[in-house]
Design a protein around this ligand. Structure first.
Ligand code: ADP
Ligand code: ASP
Ligand code: MG
Length: 822
């Protein structure tokens, strides 16, 4: 017997409902299906009931209408292709009419007792159950909608009722065993009924528990809990996007996780399954091809240390403080007696060893009540100053690290506190479970998510590099697309690149937890950041401040702008942020800046990668650094570093007019908007200067001997149009140069030369048979003459030196170096 449980997200609309119905039909039989209410419906029902109690007629009407629409639409969509199912429509209508009457009753009485709320909540699962049973039938297996209240017997603890195991077992077997032989029963999760016939619920998320109970009652050999994540993960993926799926965990770990806030499984789920030794598998109904996580009673892995980090955010801390407590017997006992009397659930206690205070961690909604009760309990002691005060802090959260392997592994707590300390997170209280299965700490609620991220990284559960992309031009957008496309593959190799910010010229989109793939794709498609929830771009200093506030470790700033970003890059590195840059402006700026950038990277031990400042993705700088590090001596580097000018030179070589080739290059988008930006040779000079500096030459731009391809007079013209109008003047002089070169068996190339004596950049006639002479079209070429690679056999690198795809890929490559460096 197999028990499936489908969570709210797995039955959220008609499409999902038919999807999971097929899952049930196609898998092993016999099986029983347990379903949650459609996602969000339980919350809507609570809201509806409260609105009725408050006699807010408009809200009641709105919510009821929305619930009706949602279920009726799903029913219609389910049967869109076949004969409509009139029975289903009627049933849904009837259920909703009944709900409407109840709601009217609440509104009339202006009273919402817990027992009425439970009855109201039962409608969520009863409605989804009808839909799913119909969908299973439609998928080809006989099915029946079963109301669990007929066989799950509970006490009258409304809101979180306790199940009468014995009676429920008998009733369940009678109701489902025979039925499951030739059909697939679909059962409402979450709800039960008292012996007196009152409807109850088993606590939020209680459908998991129903599934586990049915598994035990029906002697199932497996329980599959289908949800919207790939399995139990090393942290809540909504908080830590780089969290990873755990292939297996023990019941004890799972129980501890759900206790400490991980919503992925209901806390009680484990008990019936543990007793009956039924393995539970958590699976993603959106990706049924995955195995998910196996939860069993044995520790199947040898995992040392911490497995997951969980958190609960809505917590209040009530502290009883006072010197007079020392040695006074019974204070602790009285504290607990008080909370027990008030039915307040205590998540955790922490007592300072000096006995000067005791802290209780309770749900936020119980905080004030706990304080009032304790004030009353210790009235006398407070008056006599034995107890100084009962303090209430409603702004805290609990973080817990969990793992069976923590037992006996030394240094775990130290590691935890180092991680929190390094992220400047203040620890308000600490507790270690006696099981040694968890250590939990209380922190300010506002620090909680950051704390989870830092601890997750510190325990090596995954290493993430958080990426801030400066510039959303063609290269920036292409990079984002490449990042999204490679995500899954990188992840399999243990690398996680999490984009936390994208910044254009005027806008910024920032999310310290990571921008989702969907949004990144839309940015890549050119959508405005403002429309995606972004803001006007603040100045660089503010941007840096924002990035630093995340207190993330391993952040990389990716500069794909052509702006003056020297100060920003320096500031980032000084704070431990790695820099990946394709921006030539900084490294070819003042020598002083180049030196500080390199020096800061060295001193701070951060990565500074700039391979793409030269020839896009070509491994030019890497090769150079490699030669230098292995003590080769560079005699000379020559080459053609500009695809645009290369294209123009090739054109001239075939006898075409200069003006014609330039205009064509412009119309093909090979030139900058103003072609003079290419023709002046500055871009080539910048690249040559970076190479010379890498070789150790302390050069400034003014020292580069630079000759452009157009005379200064034309460069000085105020606008592009007037320049283009006078382009023809150059046709004859260029034709003459081409002829002269050809007479000597040479061709024109725009050449850069870097030797120990200096750097020169300009047009030259080179031998047709030389590597540069052989070059055609927009490719780049670099010829290294070194002690090792001399004479006829230089080291040559050739390939496309521009283009968004190759440049972005080069930046991506640098980012991976950061990820591995980190
Ligand atoms: P369902 O509707 O299927 O019952 P829930 O919303 O109750 O789904 O539980 C699944 C959610 O639990 C996930 O979407 C995820 O955000 C959250 N979650 C919290 N902690 C973890 C964890 N450690 N592993 C996986 N999911 C987690
Ligand atoms: N529908 C209930 C809830 O939202 C039970 C469940 O989904 O497990 O809490
Ligand atoms: Mg759930």
């Amino acid at each position: 017997m197999l028990v499936h449980k489908f969570g709210g997200t797995s039955v959220k609309d008609a499409e999902r409902i038919s999807g999971v119905a097929r899952l049930a039909v196609e898998n092993r039989r016999p099986c029983v299906v347990v379903t949650s209410a459609m996602a969000g419906v339980t919350d809507s029902l609570i809201e509806l009931a409260r609105a009725a109690e408050a006699q807010d007629e408009a809200q009641v009407a709105g919510l009821l209408g929305a619930l009706r629409d949602r279920h009726q639409l799903a029913a219609e969509a389910l049967f869109a292709d076949s004969t409509p199912e009139p029975r289903l429509t009627t049933q849904i209508d009837e259920l909703l009419d009944e709900l409407g009457k109840l709601i009217k009753g609440v509104a009339l009485l202006r009273h919402l007792p817990r027992r009425s709320l439970d009855l109201i909540l039962s409608f969520g699962e009863r409605l989804s159950c009808e839909l799913l049973a119909a969908a299973v039938e439609q998928s080809g297996a006989p099915s029946r909608a079963c109301d669990a209240r007929d066989f799950i017997r509970t006490d009258d603890h409304f809101g979180k009722a306790n199940v009468d195991i014995q009676t429920s077992r008998e009733l369940t077997r009678a109701a489902l065993l025979d039925l499951s032989r030739d059909s697939i029963p679909v059962v409402t999760g979450f709800i039960g009924r008292t012996a007196q016939g009152l409807s109850t619920t088993l606590g939020r998320g209680g459908s998991d528990y129903t599934a586990s109970l049915l598994g035990a009652f029906l002697d199932a050999d497996r329980i599959w809990i289908w949800t919207d994540v790939d399995g139990v993960m090393t942290a809540d993926p909504r908080v830590v996007p780089e969290a990873e799926v755990l292939p297996s965990i023990s019941y004890r770990e799972a129980a501890e996780m759900s206790y400490f806030g991980s919503k992925v499984l209901h806390p009680s789920t484990m008990i019936p399954a543990v007793q009956a030794k039924i393995p539970i598998r958590l699976r993603n109904s959106f990706r049924p091809e995955l195995e998910g996580t196996l939860i069993t009673d044995s520790r199947t892995d040898q995992f040392e240390g911490v497995k997951t980090v969980t958190s609960i955010s809505d917590i209040a801390m009530v502290t009883v403080e006072g010197k007079g407590m020392i040695g006074v017997p019974g204070v602790v006992g009285r504290v607990f007696a008080t909370t027990a009397r008030e039915s307040i659930n205590v998540y955790m206690i922490s007592q300072a060893s000096s006995e000067q205070n005791i802290s209780l961690l309770v749900h936020k909604r119980d905080g004030a009540r706990a304080k009032t009760a304790l004030d009353r309990e210790f009235e006398l002691e407070l008056e006599r100053d034995r107890i100084e005060r009962v303090d209430l802090n409603e702004e805290v959260g609990i973080l817990a690290i969990i793992g069976e392997g923590m037992k006996g592994t030394p240094g775990i707590s130290q590691k935890l506190f180092t991680a929190l300390g390094r992220s400047h997170i203040n620890v308000l209280a600490i507790a270690q479970g006696s099981s040694e299965l968890n250590v939990s700490v209380v922190v300010d609620r506002h620090d909680l998510h950051r704390a989870v991220g830092a601890v997750h990284t510190r325990f090596g559960l995954t290493s993430a590099t958080h990426v801030f992309v400066l510039g959303k031009g063609l290269i920036g957008r292409t990079l984002l697309r490449q990042l999204v496309q490679s995500k899954a593959r990188l992840r399999r190799h243990g690398t996680w690149l999490n984009v936390i910010g994208v910044c254009g010229r005027t806008e910024l989109l920032f999310n310290e937890f990571g921008i989702d793939d969907q949004t990144l794709r839309r940015i890549a498609d050119g959508e405005s950041l403002l429309e995606l929830g972004g803001e006007q771009r603040p100045d660089y200093r503010e941007i840096l401040k924002r990035v630093l506030q995340t207190r993330r470790l391993d952040v990389a700033l990716v500069d794909v702008t052509a702006a003056e970003t020297g100060e920003l890059q320096l500031g980032a590195m000084r704070h431990g942020i790695h820099v990946v840059t394709a921006n030539k402006k900084t490294l070819s700026g003042p020598l002083e800046l180049y030196r500080s950038l390199r020096q800061t990277a060295r001193e701070k031990g951060v990565g500074l990668y700039y391979e793409t400042t030269f020839g896009a993705g070509l491994p030019v700088l890497f090769t150079l650094q490699d030669l230098l590090e292995t003590h080769d001596t560079i005699q000379r580097i020559t080459g053609c570093f500009s695809g645009t000018l290369g294209y123009i030179c090739s054109g001239l070589q075939t006898g075409r007019r200069f003006s014609e080739v330039v205009r064509e290059a412009k119309s093909l988008g090979y030139t900058e908007p103003d072609p003079r930006d290419d023709l002046c040779g500055m871009d080539v000079a910048r690249k040559a200067l970076i190479i010379a500096r890498e070789m150790g030459q302390p050069l400034e731009m003014e020292q580069v001997a630079l000759e452009g391809m157009v005379p200064d007079e034309l460069l000085a013209l105020p606008d592009v149009e007037s320049f283009l109008a006078r382009l023809d003047e150059l046709d004859e002089p260029y034709a003459e140069k081409v002829r002269q070169a050809a007479d000597q068996g040479r061709v024109l190339r725009y050449l850069a030369q870097i030797t120990p004596e200096g750097v020169s950049v300009g047009l030259q006639a080179v031998e047709l048979s030389s590597p540069e002479g052989q070059l055609s079209g927009p490719d780049n070429i670099l010829v290294y003459q070194t002690d090792r690679y001399t004479g006829e056999n230089p080291l040559v690198i050739r390939g496309p030196g521009a283009g968004a795809e190759v440049t972005a890929a080069g930046v991506f490559g640098d980012l991976l170096k950061v990820a591995r460096h980190a």
